[in-house]
Ligand binder design. Structure first.
Ligand code: SF4
Length: 305
């Protein structure tokens, strides 16, 4: 394996995923998030350390010769992958060799207002963009964005992109205690997401040692936050900090009421419900009171109306 291609990693959502790092030598990012897993670094607005498309394709071909059953290629970076200047051309070249393999990009969303970036992102099967904040002050404080980046541009760009992108668009929000957890921030995010109508919203918190001194939320706190969003939004609690919760007993009515407030995922059910409640839940599913709705790789359980 070389330093550009990493993995494969098996995930329940996407199957076997191979990562492509567009900035393998050092962090190059236009954010300096308080929660970043990489070392703090000065923000940049363009890559200065650029690997050639040929080198990336050569590395990918070598690995694909060995790894035969890859389901998805995840384009990422030590930093922000959309700052890679040849993203669009790279995707064309990847398209020529990938066969049936799907492509996914993980971006911080900062460049989405650029039409050039939107055109490049349209070449992906799945696009995942971060949106931690809805106010300028939060963006500066939590994501410590480069000075020319504004939340209004990000919002405008996301709406514009969603209008023309027909594949799944996933939004990821990372919550940090006391920073983007204020009700006003969550209400603003909720209003915007209602308008954006993404395929799915992943909410999470700090899982690994962060660059700065900031605190994660517990699973219960994330769950309380998830209930503040409109229940029509498919919210997935994507956090490894789940073990703190004890599964509880839910009656049939309690199961229905919980699902009415927020569609639940298989992970939520394993975490929240004890064995008897899981049996009750399965019966509700069999009786047709609850149905499964798939949202870009995740099954959500919703009320069958
Ligand atoms: S956008 Fe990602 S890489 Fe950049 S600072 Fe934030 S967490 Fe780190």
């Amino acid at each position: 394996m070389n330093n550009i291609i990493f993995g494969p990693v098996n995930s329940r959502r996407f199957g076997k995923s191979l990562g492509i790092d567009l900035s393998p030598n050092r962090k190059q990012c236009n954010f300096d998030c308080l929660y970043c897993e990489l070392e703090p670094a000065k923000v940049i607005d363009r890559y200065s350390d650029i690997i050639s498309i040929d080198k990336i394709i050569k590395s990918l071909k070598e690995v694909l010769k060995i790894e035969k059953d890859i389901d998805v290629l995840t384009i990422t970076a030590n930093g922000e992958p959309t700052l890679y200047p040849y993203l669009s051309e790279l995707m064309d070249r990847i398209d020529n060799i990938k066969g049936d393999i799907k492509t996914l990009i993980l971006s911080n969303g900062s460049t989405i207002n650029s039409l050039r970036i939107q055109e490049a992102l349209k070449k992906f099967d799945i696009v995942k963009l971060s949106l931690d904040c809805i106010t300028e002050s939060c963006l500066k404080k939590l994501d410590r964005a480069e000075k020319n980046i504004s939340i209004e541009d990000i919002k405008r760009g996301m709406l514009e992109f969603k209008n023309s992108f027909k594949n799944p668009l996933i939004i990821e929000i990372l919550f940090v205690k006391g920073i983007n957890t204020k009700d006003s921030e969550i209400e603003g995010l909720n209003r915007f997401l209602e308008e954006l109508n993404p395929t799915r919203v992943d909410i999470g918190t700090i899982d690994r040692p962060p660059a700065y001194r900031v605190e994660p939320l517990t699973y219960e706190e994330l769950r309380d936050i998830s209930l503040k969003f409109n229940h029509s939004l498919p919210i997935y609690i994507a956090s490894r900090k789940k073990i703190t919760v004890e599964p509880s007993n839910y009656t049939k009515e309690e199961i229905i009421n919980t699902i009415k407030k927020r569609p639940l995922t298989e992970d939520d059910i394993e975490l929240l419900f004890n064995k008897k409640s899981i049996d009750r839940f399965r019966n509700l599913l069999k009786e047709g009171e609850i149905k499964i709705k798939n949202s870009s790789g995740y099954n959500f359980f919703v009320i069958n109306r």
